[in-house]
Design a protein around this ligand. Structure first.
Ligand code: PMP
Length: 429
């Protein structure tokens, strides 16, 4: 007999906390049970029951060229033939570092790691080590992985489950993280006036993607850059989501702001577990073994992961790639807005490059407070209405969505049709 999603979830819940290996996947926020993916190709996922979904999550961002792209898959197949891990340097690491430093001018040197969480934890250790200061500034609703310093008023799963600060994070540790409202420059100025001399670094998602999707206001990132420079704190852009997503050069290229350090993940692994952090040479030279600030990883720079990432980076450098991605994303968000308007549903969207956010509110959402005030019950009904119709949106009102180059105009048209049905059904419910 065919395995069902329900049967797998029953088994999984006995064996893994919440039945999953990462919280948001469990559908706790939207209710119901997750489906189990059997395979993925292009813009689609197929669950174990054979149902197809148009996927707007894309493994939470990395599948920017669609799932199972032959160029990436073949690069992995070639790499696998030469062994899975060496524990010595390998040539692909050097090529990867050359490409990242060429595409992102603020990065003179880079260190590969295995996840976004590792990248951000390492970046703040570097910020503290380099400045000799202890305080870190982050923004309410921003998520930087699950490091102790970041689980303070965090976004993503932490926000979804209403545990903005997790048990297990020592108070002494949380006290070193100061939080600010995103997109409020005056508040940042006040905080730096008071604590500036103790602040090692300010870390920000330059486009917030873990409280839905909220772009920075005009001049906001520039203002933060000036503040950090004035007070001798490092500006850290967490581009785990936005890197190679909102533009080839990431959010820093899109908005023309130069951070001191940048963290990456997801996309540069092409679907393999990868992250990276990098920045100014004088800072990166302080990382071991060049300098005294320790950070390491047995599997970092793994040859198979590097092969996947390099193949992915080749594809996204194709001329016009980002224009087309942005145009597709616009087709989706403008289309959804028109459908919602037609149905008389209060709705607004945000969009930067291949990243988008959907809000059940009439307001243009520019803040965490507005994002959390939008109608999340309506979102949950919409999510399930879409899921029934074969459309997979992120299973939380507090996550950004992603379009890939594999999403066709027909896929978008089908999505809009499904949205009309879901909104009608949702309102009736
Ligand atoms: N930073 C940001 C901006 C993220 O969106 C995420 C994960 N979604 C992380 C860091 C953590 O990355 P990972 O899940 O690979 O540890």
């Amino acid at each position: 007999m065919m395995t069902t999603n329900h049967e797998l979830f029953q088994r999984a819940q006995q064996l893994m906390p919440g039945g999953v290996n990462s919280p948001v996947r469990a559908f706790k926020s939207v209710g119901g049970e997750p489906f189990f993916t059997a395979r993925a190709d292009g813009a689609y996922l197929w669950d174990v029951e054979g149902k197809r979904y148009i996927d707007y999550v894309g493994s939470w961002g990395p599948m920017i060229v669609g799932h199972n792209h032959p160029h990436v898959r073949e690069a992995v197949e070639r790499a696998v033939k030469n062994g899975l891990s060496y524990g010595t340097p390998c040539p692909a690491e050097v090529t990867m570092a050359e490409i990242i430093t060429r595409l992102i001018p603020s990065i003179d040197m880079v260190r590969m790691v295995n996840s976004g969480t590792e990248a951000t934890m390492s970046a703040i250790r570097l910020a503290r080590g380099a400045t000799g200061r202890n305080l870190i500034v982050k923004f309410e609703g921003c998520y930087h992985g699950h490091g102790d310093s970041f689980l303070v008023k965090a976004g993503s799963g932490a926000l979804t489950f209403g545990v903005p600060t997790s048990p297990g994070v020592p108070k002494a540790n949380a006290d070193l993280t100061l939080t600010l409202a995103y997109n409020d420059l005056d508040a940042a100025v006040r905080l730096f006036d008071e604590h500036g001399h103790d602040i090692a670094g300010l870390i920000i998602e330059p486009v917030a993607g873990n409280m839905n999707c909220i772009p920075p206001k005009d001049g906001y990132l520039h203002g933060l850059r000036e503040l950090c420079t004035k007070h001798g704190a490092l500006l850290i852009f967490d581009e785990v989501m936005t890197g190679f997503r909102v533009a080839l050069g990431g959010a820093q290229a899109h908005y023309g702001v130069t951070p001191d350090l940048t963290t990456f993940g997801k996309i540069i692994g092409g679907g393999m577990p990868v992250g990276a952090y990098g920045g100014r040479r004088d800072l990166m030279q302080q990382i071991a073994p060049a300098g005294p600030i320790y950070q390491a990883g047995t599997l970092s720079g793994n040859p198979v992961a590097m092969a996947a990432g390099l193949a992915m980076l080749e594809l996204i450098q194709a001329p016009g790639f980002y224009d087309q991605l942005a145009a597709r994303t616009r087709l989706l968000t403008d289309g959804l807005q028109a459908v919602a308007d037609g149905e008389g549903v209060a709705f607004s969207t945000n969009r930067v490059g291949g990243m988008f956010g959907l809000f059940f509110t009439r307001e243009k959402v520019e803040s965490y407070a507005q994002a959390t005030a939008a109608d999340s019950a309506m979102f949950n009904r919409f999510f399930h209405g879409m899921l029934e119709r074969g459309m997979y949106l992120a299973p939380s009102a507090f996550e950004a969505g992603f379009v890939s180059s594999a999403h066709s105009e027909q896929d978008i048209a089908d999505t809009l049709e499904a949205a009309r049905g879901a909104l009608r059904a949702g309102r009736a419910g």
